[in-house]
Design a protein around this ligand. Structure first.
Ligand code: ADP
Length: 529
């Protein structure tokens, strides 16, 4: 069943609205954007084919106003609505109302959204499909039930709202005496945020990584995946930097996670774009949830697969089959995304507003930047703090990290504090470079002082080379514990652009093959000191 979309209404704002406009342009589809009062002159409003004003400023008055949005689509002759991410994108009732109005909803079915929107139901469904979840309860229970369950699972446990989302309303319980009080707090937060006091518990996994899989289904029953992303770089359970594919995963575990993601999607007859999220600890992995929408970090998957995921969402919504088989999906290189938020990373990531006085980029070659704002814009306080996304692809992970760090050298935003200092810090962090980090690492170790040091590193002349002992380009022989297997020493070379290269040498004085060479932004990351 094929129904062509000629005109599409975008029920969103900022960078994702512009991203959808671009996808529509590539498909020859006209666009209409709804825009709140503060967004009337936004970049997205300038680029859309038409704009329907939504009176008011708050999300509730505007981008969450289902009736007004559907009325806007009808009055402008649109035949489809793309919800983007956030706002109404995971609201099953909205998806149903769009369909009932005779329009195409660019996303999964209302049934899939509802089945996956309640965490307890989702856990039960995917478990039946053989997907591992954290040990825990499958239904919201009374305080007594949950306390009994906690005894069975063992502490620590995490209390979650059954209808929760956005990282809100979760509580970790480390001692059974705290259980009752935490349950009471979690229930009242759940009621306030999600309209239901239902909570359940899961085993709390210590220091896991966040690994997710981009899945995609069509309306002909096929589901495939486009690989993994790692989003462990978080504060307050919200992502700051993402990379694809997820690094440091054994190939067999990666395959199992791919498989589990597809099985989870198939268990609810999923179609369109979705993301299956997992916690990974060593060789164990646990399904968390499926986000039933396009994700903020989708561009890094596009960068390594060459697939336009937003255009594909629209094609699948028109009834087209997926364009390829799983075996035809190719992964090339490594990509990272830096979320440039209007937040003061030096002051506990406090959200900030203000006017962008200047925005400069020294280099843009090979860099993709998806932004919702430009110089001169004022950031309204009503929505999320995302200003822009910098997407960098490299041949290898080290190459991508190095390219991103080089890009930051000439990248500056004045007028509003941003997360740029954080990114300078994480990109030059030895633990992140060498072994990757768990989801709590940033909160445990990030400091404003550390960020200032990273900014100083960033400010150093990129062409700077420290001379070696014999006057040649900087060379240093390192021995000891940081050596790769088979090597007796490392020669650390200070390369152009601030990237260090370490070349290992074996007992016979032979240089080890290239795959054992290591490249990093700091000397410390190479030699582990
Ligand atoms: P939400 O829907 O609110 O985003 P999730 O269940 O996806 O909630 O969890 C959000 C984040 O909370 C995860 O990315 C992870 O950082 C943390 N988290 C959730 N469940 C657990 C758990 N069982 N153990 C440890 N951390 C968890």
């Amino acid at each position: 069943m094929y129904s062509r979309i000629k005109k599409l209404l975008i029920a969103n704002r900022g960078e994702i609205a512009r991203r959808i406009i671009r996808a529509c342009e590539s498909l020859g589809i006209e666009t209409v954007l709804v825009a709140s009062d503060p967004d009337q002159k936004s970049l997205a409003a300038q680029e859309a084919g038409g704009v329907v004003a939504l009176a008011g400023s708050t999300a509730r008055e505007t981008y969450l106003n289902k009736e007004a949005i559907i009325a806007a689509a009808r009055s402008t002759g649109c035949d489809a609505i793309h919800p983007g991410y956030g706002f109404l994108s995971e609201d099953g009732d909205f998806a149903q109302a769009v369909i009932d109005a005779g329009l195409i909803f660019v996303g999964p079915s209302p049934q899939s959204i509802r089945a996956l929107g309640v965490k307890t139901t989702a856990r039960e469904t995917v478990t039946r499909a053989g997907v591992p979840v954290t040990p825990g309860s499958f239904s919201a229970g009374s305080d007594e039930d949950l306390e009994r369950a906690a005894h069975g699972i063992g502490l620590p446990v995490i209390i979650k709202a059954a209808a929760g989302g956005g990282g809100r309303g979760m509580r970790i319980v480390r001692a059974i005496e705290e259980m009752r009080e935490s349950l009471a707090q979690a229930r009242s937060e759940a009621l306030k945020n999600f309209g239901s006091p239902d909570v359940f518990i899961e085993k709390y996994i210590e220091e896991p990584r966040h690994v997710e899989v981009q899945i995609f289904g069509d309306t002909h029953g096929k589901v495939i995946h486009f690989g993994t992303r790692d989003c462990s770089s978080q504060r307050r359970h919200q992502k700051l930097l993402e990379e694809a594919p997820a690094p440091f995963l054994d190939p067999d575990i990666r395959e199992k996670i791919h498989h589990a993601a597809v099985a989870a999607a198939k268990s609810v007859g999923y179609y369109n774009a979705g993301t299956a999220e997992f916690l990974v600890k060593g060789r164990d992995f646990y399904f968390l949830e499926i986000n039933t929408r396009i994700q903020v970090e989708h561009p890094i998957t596009e960068a390594i697969t060459g697939i336009d995921l937003v255009a594909l969402q629209i094609k699948v919504a028109m009834g087209e089959p997926l364009p390829c088989e799983q075996s035809e999906v190719r992964f090339q290189g490594h990509a990272i995304e830096l979320r440039i938020n209007a937040e003061d990373s030096m002051e506990g990531f406090r959200p900030a507003t203000g006017t962008i006085a200047s925005w400069t980029r020294a280099s843009i070659v090979g860099i993709r930047e998806d932004s919702g704002y430009q110089e001169g814009d004022t950031i309204p306080p009503f929505y999320d703090s995302l200003l822009s996304k910098v997407i960098v692809r490299g041949e290898t992970r080290a190459h991508a990290l190095s390219e991103a760090f080089q890009f930051l050298r000439g990248y500056a935003i004045e007028g509003v504090p941003t997360t740029i200092p954080f990114h300078a810090w994480i990109l030059s962090n030895p633990q992140f470079q060498e072994n990757g980090i768990d989801i709590g690492y940033v909160e445990r170790t990030f400091t404003a002082e550390g960020a200032r040091e990273a900014l100083a590193l960033l400010a150093r002349d990129p062409a700077h080379r420290e001379p070696g002992p014999d006057g040649s380009p900087y060379q240093e022989i390192v021995t000891g514990s940081a050596l790769p297997a088979g090597a007796v020493s490392l020669t650390v070379v200070h390369e152009q652009g601030g990237t260090f290269l370490a070349v290992p040498v074996d007992a016979h004085g032979q240089t080890l093959p290239k795959e054992h060479w290591r490249r990093a932004l700091t000397r410390a990351a190479l030699v582990g000191s």
